[in-house]
Design a protein around this ligand. Structure first.
Ligand SMILES: Nc1ncnc2c1ncn2[C@@H]1O[C@H](COP(=O)(O)OP(=O)(O)OP(=O)(O)O)[C@@H](O)[C@H]1O
Ligand SMILES: [Mg+2]
Length: 367
């Protein structure tokens, strides 16, 4: 299989050298059983690559089990991973298989591995070394053949230094580390990604594919994308939903991305050495009209801000009533924008736990 065929098969979009080099490495390591650590900022495509590794391995006809270590309450993560015997603890009303057993023969994707509690890390390391474990409360040893792919957006070395992550587990996992570069370091991938997301969105929603103006595309290419591909996808989809007469222009994107740098760009007339009476009256009037426009724009922005808006709330200007769910989704998107897609910060802004935020992201399809 060539790099291009691989990308096509696993839905990996991008033509940058970084992506092609990454795919090259993935194709080399996927077929072995070695553990892989996928590292990259939020939304860069860690899960996409994990799926591709599994899909290209000899395990592809066995399950890929995905576990978000940050989303499962600490207390139950261990029993989720290793299973439990009936009566092992209050609530263990049945014998239960854990993800390791479910993934037997296949791959276990441990997402947000940095969030795994230290005690669970010890057990994970032991399974990696011996391929054996016991269900919680169990007495017999279970053998499994599972390949581990772990992902994180945190610098694990820093986590080790801060004693939040075990060094031995880190060494074991990082033997093969795939670093997925942020989108702003591979801007040449942006147009193709944007067009593909637009195409998918139009197809699913049975609308004609909107056109992106040249300026809008330039803005997409030049924006910094703290939330990476996920943010690009959400932005393009929201823009498609808001676009009038099938055109996505710069202004829609600026509203969606909270880019307000055009608020005060105009030069007021300056009377360079001239006497006031010699000032061009028309010029002053022109400037006043521009200032008025700015004020109207500012009012609109203030209105959006007070209604918790990041542009998705444009609708509230028409007095349309939103459902609680819509409001909640807007609030979450707003917090993600404001926190530059840092989920910990966003959850703090929203006064909910990070785990609850993960659950809601899934519920609202923000992924
Ligand atoms: N190279 C790519 N080509 C096409 N779509 C992509 C690519 N990379 C990511 N995506 C899409 O972007 C979104 C985010 O990707 P993914 O969930 O893999 O990111 P992540 O790194 O796991 O994010 P997080 O750290 O937030 O879990 C998904 O909708 C995914 O399909
Ligand atoms: Mg992920």
């Amino acid at each position: 299989m060539t790099v291009e065929e691989f990308k096509k098969k696993f839905g990996i979009i991008g033509r940058s050298k970084q992506i092609n080099d990454l795919v090259d490495i993935v194709m080399q390591v996927a077929k072995s059983d070695i553990s892989i650590l996928v590292y990259g900022e939020s939304g860069v495509g860690k899960e996409v690559f994990a799926r591709a590794i599994h899909g290209y391995s000899h395990r592809s006809n066995k399950p890929l089990v995905s576990v978000n270590c940050g989303a499962i309450p600490e207390g139950i993560l261990e029993s989720e991973l290793f299973g439990h015997k009936k009566g092992a603890f209050t609530g263990a009303i049945d014998n239960r298989k854990g993800y390791f057993e479910i993934a037997d023969g296949g791959t276990l994707f441990l997402d947000e591995i940095a969030e795994m509690p230290l005690t669970t890390q010890v057990k994970l390391l032991r399974v990696l070394e011996t391929k054996e474990f016991m269900r919680i409360g169990g007495e017999t040893v279970t053998r499994v053949d599972v390949r581990i792919i772990a992902a994180t957006n945190k610098d694990l070395q820093k986590e080790v230094d801060a004693k939040h992550f075990r060094q031995d587990l880190y060494f074991r996992l990082k033997a093969v580390t795939l670093t997925i570069p942020p989108l702003r370091q591979r801007r040449e991938d942006i147009p193709e990604l944007a067009y593909n997301f637009l195409e998918q969105y139009s197809h699913t929603n049975r609308i004609e594919m909107p056109r992106i103006t040249r300026e809008a595309l330039e803005l997409l290419v030049n924006y910094n994308w703290p939330g990476n591909i996920r943010e690009l996808k959400n932005t393009v989809e929201s823009a498609a939903a808001l676009s009038k007469s099938g055109v996505i222009d710069e202004s829609i994107l600026k509203t969606l991305l909270n880019i307000n740098e055009e608020k005060f760009p105009r030069n007021l007339p300056v009377a360079l050495g001239k006497k006031p009476e010699s000032l061009d009256l028309e010029m002053i009037l022109g400037a006043l009209i521009e200032i008025k426009k700015d004020l109207v724009e500012l009012k609109n922005l203030a209105y959006q801000a007070s209604s918790g808006g990041n542009g998705v709330s444009l609708q509230s200007q028409t007095n349309e009533i939103k459902t609680m769910k819509e409001l909640e989704r807007d609030a979450i998107l707003n917090a993600l924008n404001k926190s530059k897609w840092n989920k910990k910060k966003a959850s703090r802004m929203l006064a909910i736990s990070e785990r609850t935020l993960y659950r809601k992201l899934k519920e609202y399809g923000i992924q």
